[in-house]
Design a protein around this ligand. Structure first.
Ligand code: SAM
Ligand code: SF4
Length: 352
């Protein structure tokens, strides 16, 4: 195909070089890499009690394949931040070597991990040594019985130990992600904030999204961002955050009278993915554990990089396919559109 002098294809305007642009002017620089779809918890907003049919081993990218695609993203496609997730990424045997390889790249990307915290007490130090910069630990309640009800496992002490170890190892700021479910932990918001403030963790609430494997999400019962803020304001004074949000999904507030671990004002965030969508500023691209590029959490299309990679595609060809995939990114997730279709893959298999 002929390339115009400006370096784009005449039919589509899609750039043939450079970063991961889309038709709406967004450029993805933040890569989420799912390292496994398996998990040792069964959070009810994510997967059923019996678990899921996990990806067959040969379908999952090897450590070297993950390393190569991350390198292409950083070296050729302008990715500056890499977050490892899953499933539960601490279950990935090669995690430390994958992190080390990413930390050796030039330009060096920021490296973070989203985890349920189980096993982090043991792995926080080695992960920091391998080059990890930060962690987000998911924690939806501090009540052991509710934790068990929500995750179907009795592992609250492991998560708390993991958070403490993360700070001890310097994986800071350590952030907590909390999802509130009506009738389960919806009243836990103030206690979670008190806990986070006392320990110097940065807390962010995430609205529950239609990404559960059971397709049980119901907008009419989800706990909304405005309900979360009302609950927090009953116990705390929240002030507007002077720091601009940029491409970050969380809207943040300063919590009056509290100081963050590293000094400065303490913050709390709310990610209103459903009721306050931030699609217009989205800077993310996603790679699943089986090597599919997804332009959005809610995309119903994927682009296969694994097949190309395993049949001899060179780096530039893989980069080209990645650019094509992102060019097709939709303007928004469309949850409110009557024609909205929940993606076939659940959050645990996409990488949250
Ligand atoms: N297992 C790790 C964990 O729980 O942090 C990483 C993967 S998990 C899919 C990533 C994040 O997605 C977690 O913070 C989890 O609470 C969140 N999550 C999972 N299902 C969700 C849903 N249906 N709506 C909103 N957030 C969800
Ligand atoms: Fe596992 Fe994370 Fe899903 Fe919970 S949210 S079941 S910890 S993948």
């Amino acid at each position: 195909m002929a390339v115009q002098p400006g370096g784009s294809q005449p039919e589509t305007g899609r750039p043939v070089a450079g970063g991961l642009a889309d038709r709406y002017g967004r450029v993805a620089t933040d890569l989420r890499v799912s390292l496994t779809d398996r998990c040792n918890l069964r959070c009810s907003y994510c997967m059923p009690a019996e678990g899921l049919a996990w990806l067959p081993g040969p379908d999952v990218l090897t450590d070297d394949e993950v390393g190569r695609l991350v390198r292409i993203a950083v070296e050729r496609l302008g990715v500056t931040e890499v977050r490892f997730t899953g499933g539960e990424p601490l279950l990935r045997p090669g995690l430390l070597s994958i992190v080390s390889a990413a930390a050796a790249l030039t330009p060096r990307p920021t490296l973070s991990l989203t985890t349920n915290g189980i096993g982090l007490a043991r792995l926080a130090g080695p992960l920091r040594s391998a080059g990890l910069d930060r962690v987000n630990v998911s924690l939806d309640t501090l009540d052991p019985a509710r934790f068990e009800q929500l995750t179907r496992r009795r592992r609250l002490p492991d998560v708390l130990a993991g958070l403490a170890a993360a700070v001890e190892a310097g994986l800071t700021p350590a952030k907590i992600n909390s999802v509130l479910m009506r009738g389960v932990n919806e009243a836990d918001a103030p206690e979670l904030l008190r806990f986070a403030l006392a320990h110097g963790y940065e807390l962010r609430f995430i609205e529950q999204m239609p990404l559960d494997a059971q397709h049980a999400w119901d907008r009419s019962v989800m706990v909304t961002a405005s309900e979360i803020l009302t609950a927090l304001r009953a116990g705390f004074t929240l002030l507007p955050d002077p720091v601009a949000r940029g491409g970050a999904p969380a809207e943040t507030w300063l919590v009056e009278g509290f100081t963050a671990a590293g000094g400065g004002p303490a913050r709390v965030g709310v990610i209103g993915s459903v009721t306050r969508p931030f699609c217009g500023d989205c800077d993310r691209t996603r790679l699943t554990a089986d090597g599919q590029v997804r332009a959005c959490l809610f995309a119903t299309e994927e682009s296969d990089l694994r097949g190309a990679l395993r049949t001899g595609a060179d780096d530039e060809e893989l980069a080209r396919r990645w650019r094509v995939a992102m060019w097709g990114k939709r303007a928004g997730h469309g949850i409110d559109d009557p024609s909205f279709l929940q993606p076939a893959r659940p959050m645990s298999a996409i990488g949250g």
